[in-house]
Structures are given as structure tokens and as C-alpha cells.
Write a protein that binds this ligand. Structure first.
Ligand SMILES: [Mg+2]
Length: 224
């Protein structure tokens, strides 16, 4: 696979969860940790608690509520951020992602933005654990726009705030639904992460070019 040369890119848009950071934390939290803790806190049998959580998550999929920690704190009557901190040791960079971010410092011409559906509270937690924002120029949470990235209008709203030329922009994300909207908006270069969760294998039913180790994009530009 020949990836676009970063010299041909002016704006690099990076997703956070599943792209820079291992989705293992998020999957573990929603699939394993939250059902157990929700059951503990409310005195529910684990099976019942798991069924409640699964149903609620399924119903909210694709909406802004899905990403909103305040919504889930109210819905489950728990403090989602406290529960997330209980498993924060699982928050980590994907293999090669930190090396990639450090190597980007050699590409002065690039405007590097994190564009995430994560709630600002979650971004703050992940920044405290990993320091990922120290490597980028700016960040945007879809929460502030009230639209998820998989909505075409999100990209119009972002382009009202950020000056970027879609022809010389690259977006890297682990969601084909998001990348489809990037393409529809006119963003020329998109890459899809092959293994967002280090603990799961993935099947792909889309045609977007795949990447796993992001540092392949900066090979040769690391500091000695
Ligand atoms: Mg993602």
C-alpha cells in the first residue's frame, strides 16, 4: 500500500479512540466494566445489568447521546467518569501511534487536529493519561457542534471554524461511516485503521485504504 506523502498534505485530521488510542479501553468499559459496576451500585444481578446496558447502548447508537457521559450518568444513575477512572490503566496509545505523533513534529507545514466524537470529559481524562494533545495544534469535539462525525453537516460546521482545503487534507479514523462522510464532503485523502482494538480482530466490509501502524506515514522523518 502506498500511502499519501505528508508533503502533499496541509491539514491532518486525526480521530482519537481506535485511531491514536487503543479502543480496548472503551470496549472494556462499555461491555465489561459498566455492566458489573452498574449491577453492584444498584443491587442488580449481572445478567440483568448487562441486558439493561446493552439495550440502552444499542438504542442510542449513532446519536450524540451515545458519546455523552452526562447522558449515561443520568441514564444509569452512576458517575460514568468515576467508573472510567477505575479502569484508566487500559488507556494507551495504539502500537506506533505515539512514535507517529512525535515524528509529526518534523513536518512543520502540517496543521494537525484531533477531531473526535468523544465527550470533552473523556478527552480530558485521556489527555491526563497519555498527553496526546501535546503533539497536535488543536482539537475539536463533535459534542460542541451537537452533530456526530458520521453526519455530513458536522463537516460543514467544522469547515466554518477551521480553514482547510479538502483537496490537501487527510483524515484518519477507524469508522467507515465517518470516512464515508469525509469523502462526501470532499476530503481527498482518507485512511481507515485496521485494528482499532488491540484485543479484537476485525473484518472489513468497505473499500477505504487500511493502515495499522500510523508511524509508517512518517518513516524516515523521526528524530535520531
Ligand atoms: Mg474512533
Amino acid at each position: 500500500m502506498n500511502y499519501p506523502c505528508l508533503n502533499d498534505i496541509d491539514t491532518l485530521l486525526l480521530d482519537m479512540d481506535g485511531t491514536l488510542l487503543d479502543l480496548r479501553f472503551d470496549n472494556h468499559f462499555w461491555v465489561d466494566h459498566l455492566p458489573v459496576r452498574y449491577g453492584d451500585i444498584h443491587g442488580l444481578k449481572e445478567e440483568l445489568a448487562t441486558a439493561h446496558v446493552e439495550t440502552a447502548l444499542r438504542e442510542a447508537e449513532g446519536t450524540m447521546n451515545w458519546y455523552c457521559t452526562d447522558h449515561w450518568s443520568r441514564h444509569f444513575d452512576v458517575d460514568i467518569m468515576t467508573l472510567k477512572r477505575e479502569v484508566e490503566h487500559l488507556i494507551q496509545f495504539r502500537a506506533g501511534a505515539e512514535r507517529f505523533l512525535k515524528a509529526l513534529a518534523q513536518h512543520d507545514h502540517l496543521d494537525i487536529l484531533i477531531v473526535t466524537d468523544a465527550h470533552p470529559n473523556v478527552l480530558a481524562l485521556k489527555q491526563r493519561v497519555t498527553g496526546l494533545l501535546d503533539h497536535v495544534d488543536d482539537h475539536y469535539c463533535s459534542h460542541h457542534f451537537g452533530l456526530p462525525k458520521r453526519d455530513l453537516q458536522f463537516w460543514s460546521a467544522l469547515s466554518d471554524q477551521v480553514d482547510f482545503d479538502p483537496e490537501t487534507t487527510m483524515m484518519i479514523d477507524d469508522s467507515p461511516a465517518v470516512l464515508a462522510q469525509c469523502k462526501a464532503f470532499g476530503i481527498r485523502h482518507v485512511l481507515c485503521v485496521e485494528t482499532p482494538d488491540s484485543g479484537r480482530s476485525h473484518r472489513h466490509d468497505h473499500d477505504f485504504p487500511l493502515i495499522d501502524d500510523l508511524s509508517r506515514l512518517t518513516t524516515g522523518s523521526e528524530q535520531p
